[in-house]
Design a protein around this ligand. Structure first.
Ligand code: PPE
Length: 305
């Protein structure tokens, strides 16, 4: 949803190469069969210098995702954490988006990827508000997609494989064609799953709810952080299944994600929910304090570059 702003260097299989040299063969396995896993991570400017939010947890998720698709990575979460920090330093960025990706490269054709090499890459670039410049303050209009969330027994959504994102792309394009900013997908059982690139929360009578992981949603680190922040602020947070009318009748609805951060939703399928509500705003303010290093109780979530 944005053009890439080019950086200088990309980390590939343990070495830095020039941005323009980070190419891959057209017969790379992942290009044909979606055999890749990736992460999206943000680095923020703080008063103590730049810091990456939940870096190690993202890298742990990447290793788990890779194991799930039977693609054992030659790097540990610690190795990847260090490599990401080094990549930010090399590119001299003070705030940026970090995109590690591991994929089956060139050398095998056919659905079984096991004879293809495993390539691991980390790129960084500046990426501002994901859902548009007014999204964080004013909220966005979303629509429920006619596409269902891929089933957990087809392409599991709890891990972050590239193959999942065809499903996301179809839903997002449809939503934008209908005049919405983003899509919400229901799962095969008709329960609310998530946005094409975000987890979703609703607030009703002061109680916060979000779909459980068993409904097939990505185990979002922003979701996990916001649940903890909300509970620390004294709110009750339920992980429970939601149906579409829970969205239409909510007092507040918002998305969470690394790219989307905490984005309020002002309408769902043209049912007006309204301007960002008080709980959404309180959580959003606290979230931005946490990532900017202004909330010392959450300092362990930040890795200074
Ligand atoms: N669900 C999906 C489907 C998803 O893609 C994301 C992140 C989330 C939930 C939230 O997860 P987390 O970032 O750990 O809180 N989507 C990433 C990629 C977006 C893209 O367009 O690319 C992201 O936000 O970085």
């Amino acid at each position: 949803m944005a053009d890439i702003q080019e950086g200088k260097y990309i980390w590939r299989n343990g070495q830095f190469i020039a941005w323009a040299d980070a190419t891959t063969h057209v017969l790379s396995h992942a290009l044909h069969y979606g055999t890749a896993v990736f992460e999206g991570i943000r680095c923020y400017k703080t008063e103590d210098g730049s810091a990456v939010f939940r870096l190690k947890d993202h890298m742990k998720r990447m290793v788990r995702s890779a194991n799930m698709i039977l693609m054992p990575l030659p790097y540990s979460a610690d190795d990847l954490t260090e490599a990401a920090l080094e990549t930010i330093r090399k590119n001299e960025l003070d705030s940026c988006y970090i995109r590690p990706i591991a994929y089956r490269g060139y050398g095998a054709v056919g659905v079984n990827p096991r004879t293809a090499p495993i390539d691991v890459v980390i790129a960084v670039w500046p990426w501002d508000a994901y859902l548009g410049s007014t999204a964080l303050e004013e909220g966005i209009a979303v629509g429920i997609s006619s596409w269902r969330q891929r089933s957990v027994n087809a392409i599991p959504g709890t891990v972050k494989s590239s193959a999942s994102y065809l499903n996301s792309g179809l839903a997002n394009m449809e939503a934008q064609d209908h005049g919405y900013v983003e899509a919400i997908l229901l799962n095969e059982a008709g329960l609310v799953a998530e946005g094409s690139g975000e987890n979703i929360f609703v607030v009703r009578d002061g109680v916060i709810s979000t779909p459980p992981l068993s409904d097939g949603v990505l185990e979002g680190l922003t979701r996990n952080s916001v649940i903890q922040i909300a509970r620390d602020l004294g709110f009750v947070v339920h992980e429970r299944s939601l149906v579409r009318t829970d969205l239409y009748t909510a007092d507040e609805v918002f998305f969470t994600g690394t790219a989307a951060e905490l984005t309020p939703i002002h309408s769902v399928d043209n049912r007006e929910i309204g301007k960002p509500g008080p709980i959404t705003k309180q959580l959003q303010t606290k979230f931005f304090d946490v990532v900017a290093g202004r909330a010392s109780e959450y300092d362990e979530w930040l890795d200074v570059v």
